[in-house]
Design a protein around this ligand. Structure first.
Ligand SMILES: NC(=O)c1ccc[n+]([C@@H]2O[C@H](COP(=O)([O-])OP(=O)(O)OC[C@H]3O[C@@H](n4cnc5c(N)ncnc54)[C@H](O)[C@@H]3O)[C@@H](O)[C@H]2O)c1
Length: 361
């Protein structure tokens, strides 16, 4: 499937099928309830709160300390520890689910059953069956699902996608990323399910071709969950992708190398000024008739630092979520995109458990 066809808007539906926020005569505001105000939830609430045609109606967290923090920051917002209150409220059009991974399915399912659009954290679900069920339910109810693949909305990834799509890079050879730091250890998921969704969603966004197979290795040192993993994704063409994710690194590294036939680039997400450097470097091999040795020529041209939009990715993403609801558009990071990532995670998990077995997708 091409990247563009993934973002094809859904066909128009009858007025009665349309959720409240998109019915004619409804206000042009999306009213949101946010479930989960731990580490990431405050970023979601802050960005939703700043969007003109969006209103944060309630924040829900079962932890009273989290609700206290929310109350200090947003005195007018309704607070509750009962997620059912948010899911059943007739004053809420959409629910943002910012809770641990194992809770995503139950909460998203209940939200959709109650007629709410869903913004759900990465990874979408714990299994591909769960993701398929949610996608089917949302389609039946004509509701949107957006999976928080935040990096797709960063200036750097949008710039890289331009460079790939407009042919600057030439045909891609490889995608190679390192995402390592000390912690944050999660209670319910391994480093594979916590950090790799970022890289897999970026790979999925940049490389239109469907992956063929996965090999993963990894290890756990502190509990039963892997704290470091090395994942290789094979494609039918000669593109190869590799990810190094690690919670036991003394330093934080966010480096990605992308090699194309015509250009190569380095993306250092921690560099405040020059996140992307594009290198006019390459290798060509010719084998003239009768010449035994290969003739290898190396091209080493200019280095270029393209301008990268510094707008907060989550701001761009949540504005797009509101737009998709109001205009009945299917987001590019919809349930299907979330499912593609979950399938890769499942394959990588199976491979990792079998110490690097090749798992076909
Ligand atoms: N997109 C990103 O860059 C990004 C970054 C960090 C975390 N995340 C994702 O966000 C999600 C949450 O991660 P976190 O680090 O904020 O976790 P966290 O543990 O810090 O916060 C989760 C909060 O949810 C609350 N909660 C759990 N179950 C609940 C329930 N049934 N009802 C009400 N409240 C409930 C907890 O009390 C807690 O305050 C995860 O899926 C994670 O993968 C995404």
């Amino acid at each position: 499937m091409s990247i563009d066809s993934r973002s094809t808007p859904q066909p128009a539906t009858s007025v009665m099928d349309q959720p409240q926020a998109t019915r004619p005569g409804a206000t042009n505001t999306v009213r949101v309830g946010v479930i989960g105000y731990g580490y990431w939830g405050p970023n979601i609430v802050r960005n939703l709160h700043a969007i003109a045609n969006c209103e944060v109606i309630s924040v829900c967290d079962k932890n009273p300390a989290a609700l206290k923090r929310a109350q200090r920051a947003y005195p007018g917002v309704h607070l509750t520890s009962d997620f059912a209150e948010v899911l059943r409220s007739p004053d809420i059009d959409a629910v943002a689910i910012v809770t641990p991974v194992w809770t995503h399915f139950e909460l998203a399912k209940a939200a959709l059953e109650n007629g709410k659009h869903v913004f759900v954290e990465k990874p979408f679900t714990s299994t591909s069956h769960q993701a398929e069920e949610l996608i089917e339910l949302a389609e039946r109810k004509n509701l949107r699902i957006m999976v928080d693949h935040t990096f797709l909305f960063s200036g750097a990834v949008r710039k890289i996608r331009d460079l790939v799509e407009n042919g600057t890079m030439g045909p891609l050879y490889y995608y190679d990323s390192t995402r390592v730091n000390l912690g944050l250890f999660q209670h319910d998921v391994s480093v594979l399910w916590d950090l790799a969704p970022h890289d897999l969603s970026i790979m999925d966004y940049l490389i239109a071709e469907k992956p063929e197979a996965v090999v993963a290795t990894g290890s756990n040192h502190l509990n039963h969950l892997a704290d470091m993993a090395f994942i290789t994704v094979y494609f039918r063409s000669n593109i190869i992708a590799h990810f190094n994710v690690n919670w036991l690194s003394p330093v934080k590294v966010r480096n990605t190398l992308i090699g194309g036939k015509d250009k190569m680039l380095v993306w250092n997400d921690l560099d405040p000024d020059e996140k992307i450097k594009v290198y006019d470097k390459g290798v060509a091999i010719t084998k003239a008739e009768g010449v035994y040795d290969l003739l290898v020529s190396y091209r080493s041209g200019d280095v270029w630092g393209p301008k990268v939009d510094s707008t907060e990715a989550l701001k761009v993403e949540l504005e797009y979520f509101v737009e998709c609801i109001l205009e009945s558009k299917t987001p590019s990071n919809d349930g299907a995109a979330g499912l593609r990532v979950v399938r890769l995670l499942e394959a990588a998990e199976e491979s990792l458990q079998a110490r690097g077995k090749l798992v076909m997708i």
